[in-house]
Design a protein around this ligand. Sequence first.
Ligand code: RB5
Length: 151
Amino acid sequence: MNKTLKLAITNDHASVDLKNTLLSHLKEKGVSVADIGSNGEKADYPEYAFSAANAVIAGEYDLAVLLCGTGAGMCIAANKVRGIRAVVCSEPYTARLCREHNNAQIICIGSRVVGIEMAKMIVDCFLEAKFEGGRHESRVNLIVDYENAPQ
Ligand code: RB5
Protein backbone atom coordinates (compact mmCIF):
# COMPACT_ATOMS: atom_id res chain seq x y z
CA MET A 1 0.00 0.00 0.00
CA ASN A 2 1.42 3.40 -1.02
CA LYS A 3 1.28 5.44 2.20
CA THR A 4 2.47 8.67 0.59
CA LEU A 5 -0.55 8.74 -1.71
CA LYS A 6 -3.05 11.54 -1.11
CA LEU A 7 -6.50 9.99 -1.00
CA ALA A 8 -9.93 11.59 -0.57
CA ILE A 9 -13.17 9.87 0.29
CA THR A 10 -16.59 11.42 -0.15
CA ASN A 11 -20.17 10.30 0.15
CA ASP A 12 -23.83 11.24 0.17
CA HIS A 13 -26.43 10.54 2.87
CA ALA A 14 -26.84 6.92 1.70
CA SER A 15 -23.22 6.11 2.42
CA VAL A 16 -22.20 7.64 5.76
CA ASP A 17 -21.76 4.28 7.51
CA LEU A 18 -19.70 2.79 4.68
CA LYS A 19 -17.57 5.95 4.55
CA ASN A 20 -16.82 5.71 8.30
CA THR A 21 -15.97 2.01 8.03
CA LEU A 22 -13.61 2.63 5.12
CA LEU A 23 -11.99 5.58 6.93
CA SER A 24 -11.18 3.34 9.93
CA HIS A 25 -9.93 0.58 7.64
CA LEU A 26 -7.62 2.93 5.73
CA LYS A 27 -6.31 4.66 8.85
CA GLU A 28 -5.49 1.25 10.37
CA LYS A 29 -3.42 0.56 7.26
CA GLY A 30 -1.59 3.88 7.62
CA VAL A 31 -3.13 5.44 4.52
CA SER A 32 -3.54 9.21 4.72
CA VAL A 33 -7.14 9.89 3.75
CA ALA A 34 -9.18 13.09 3.78
CA ASP A 35 -12.88 12.86 4.56
CA ILE A 36 -14.54 15.42 2.28
CA GLY A 37 -17.99 13.86 2.37
CA SER A 38 -21.28 14.36 4.15
CA ASN A 39 -22.18 13.32 7.66
CA GLY A 40 -25.72 14.59 7.47
CA GLU A 41 -28.98 14.07 5.66
CA LYS A 42 -30.05 14.90 2.11
CA ALA A 43 -26.61 15.30 0.62
CA ASP A 44 -26.90 15.75 -3.14
CA TYR A 45 -24.34 13.40 -4.69
CA PRO A 46 -23.48 15.62 -7.72
CA GLU A 47 -22.13 18.39 -5.48
CA TYR A 48 -19.88 15.96 -3.62
CA ALA A 49 -18.74 14.28 -6.84
CA PHE A 50 -17.89 17.60 -8.56
CA SER A 51 -16.01 18.82 -5.51
CA ALA A 52 -13.91 15.64 -5.18
CA ALA A 53 -13.25 15.37 -8.92
CA ASN A 54 -12.14 19.00 -9.18
CA ALA A 55 -9.85 18.53 -6.18
CA VAL A 56 -8.21 15.56 -7.94
CA ILE A 57 -7.74 17.58 -11.13
CA ALA A 58 -6.26 20.44 -9.05
CA GLY A 59 -3.71 18.01 -7.56
CA GLU A 60 -5.03 18.21 -4.00
CA TYR A 61 -5.50 14.43 -4.08
CA ASP A 62 -4.03 11.68 -6.23
CA LEU A 63 -7.06 9.43 -6.03
CA ALA A 64 -10.58 9.49 -4.63
CA VAL A 65 -13.24 7.05 -3.52
CA LEU A 66 -16.83 8.21 -4.04
CA LEU A 67 -19.75 6.53 -2.28
CA CYS A 68 -23.46 6.75 -2.95
CA GLY A 69 -26.33 4.24 -2.96
CA THR A 70 -25.37 2.57 -6.24
CA GLY A 71 -22.12 4.33 -7.16
CA ALA A 72 -23.80 5.35 -10.40
CA GLY A 73 -24.77 8.92 -9.60
CA MET A 74 -21.34 9.80 -8.21
CA CYS A 75 -19.70 8.20 -11.25
CA ILE A 76 -21.86 10.00 -13.81
CA ALA A 77 -21.22 13.35 -12.13
CA ALA A 78 -17.46 12.82 -11.59
CA ASN A 79 -16.96 11.92 -15.25
CA LYS A 80 -18.37 15.33 -16.25
CA VAL A 81 -15.21 16.93 -14.86
CA ARG A 82 -12.67 17.22 -17.67
CA GLY A 83 -9.76 14.84 -17.21
CA ILE A 84 -11.49 12.55 -14.74
CA ARG A 85 -11.79 8.83 -15.32
CA ALA A 86 -14.20 7.44 -12.73
CA VAL A 87 -15.40 3.83 -12.62
CA VAL A 88 -18.12 2.06 -10.62
CA CYS A 89 -16.58 -0.95 -8.89
CA SER A 90 -18.52 -3.82 -7.33
CA GLU A 91 -15.55 -6.20 -7.14
CA PRO A 92 -11.75 -5.94 -6.79
CA TYR A 93 -10.79 -7.09 -10.30
CA THR A 94 -12.26 -3.97 -11.91
CA ALA A 95 -10.75 -1.81 -9.15
CA ARG A 96 -7.27 -3.12 -10.01
CA LEU A 97 -7.66 -3.04 -13.79
CA CYS A 98 -9.18 0.43 -13.91
CA ARG A 99 -5.90 1.72 -12.42
CA GLU A 100 -3.56 -0.55 -14.40
CA HIS A 101 -5.23 -0.12 -17.80
CA ASN A 102 -7.49 2.94 -17.66
CA ASN A 103 -5.51 5.13 -15.26
CA ALA A 104 -8.73 5.87 -13.39
CA GLN A 105 -8.26 8.35 -10.56
CA ILE A 106 -11.67 7.70 -9.00
CA ILE A 107 -13.68 4.65 -8.05
CA CYS A 108 -17.31 4.77 -7.04
CA ILE A 109 -18.89 2.17 -4.77
CA GLY A 110 -22.59 1.57 -4.10
CA SER A 111 -23.20 1.31 -0.37
CA ARG A 112 -26.58 -0.34 -1.07
CA VAL A 113 -24.99 -2.84 -3.45
CA VAL A 114 -21.60 -3.86 -2.06
CA GLY A 115 -20.95 -5.44 1.35
CA ILE A 116 -18.46 -3.94 3.77
CA GLU A 117 -15.72 -6.58 3.41
CA MET A 118 -15.98 -6.43 -0.38
CA ALA A 119 -15.80 -2.64 -0.28
CA LYS A 120 -12.58 -2.81 1.79
CA MET A 121 -11.07 -5.23 -0.71
CA ILE A 122 -12.10 -3.00 -3.64
CA VAL A 123 -10.44 0.03 -2.10
CA ASP A 124 -7.28 -1.93 -1.20
CA CYS A 125 -6.91 -3.24 -4.77
CA PHE A 126 -7.46 0.24 -6.20
CA LEU A 127 -4.76 1.74 -3.96
CA GLU A 128 -2.25 -1.07 -4.56
CA ALA A 129 -2.49 -0.96 -8.36
CA LYS A 130 -0.39 1.26 -10.63
CA PHE A 131 -1.02 2.48 -14.15
CA GLU A 132 0.96 0.26 -16.53
CA GLY A 133 1.39 2.84 -19.32
CA GLY A 134 2.64 1.46 -22.66
CA ARG A 135 -0.19 0.31 -24.92
CA HIS A 136 -2.66 1.39 -22.26
CA GLU A 137 -1.33 4.93 -22.31
CA SER A 138 -2.02 5.36 -26.00
CA ARG A 139 -5.59 4.08 -25.48
CA VAL A 140 -6.20 6.42 -22.57
CA ASN A 141 -4.78 9.23 -24.70
CA LEU A 142 -7.48 8.53 -27.30
CA ILE A 143 -10.04 9.34 -24.61
CA VAL A 144 -8.11 12.42 -23.50
CA ASP A 145 -7.83 13.66 -27.10
CA TYR A 146 -11.54 13.13 -27.71
CA GLU A 147 -12.41 14.96 -24.52
CA ASN A 148 -10.20 17.92 -25.47
CA ALA A 149 -11.29 18.15 -29.12
CA PRO A 150 -14.00 20.64 -30.10
CA GLN A 151 -17.29 18.67 -30.12
C1 RB5 B 1 -29.83 8.58 -2.80
O1 RB5 B 1 -31.05 8.14 -2.36
C2 RB5 B 1 -29.41 7.83 -4.05
O2 RB5 B 1 -30.14 8.26 -5.15
C3 RB5 B 1 -27.93 8.04 -4.29
O3 RB5 B 1 -27.23 7.60 -3.17
C4 RB5 B 1 -27.31 7.30 -5.43
O4 RB5 B 1 -27.64 5.95 -5.44
C5 RB5 B 1 -27.42 7.90 -6.76
O5 RB5 B 1 -26.86 7.40 -7.74
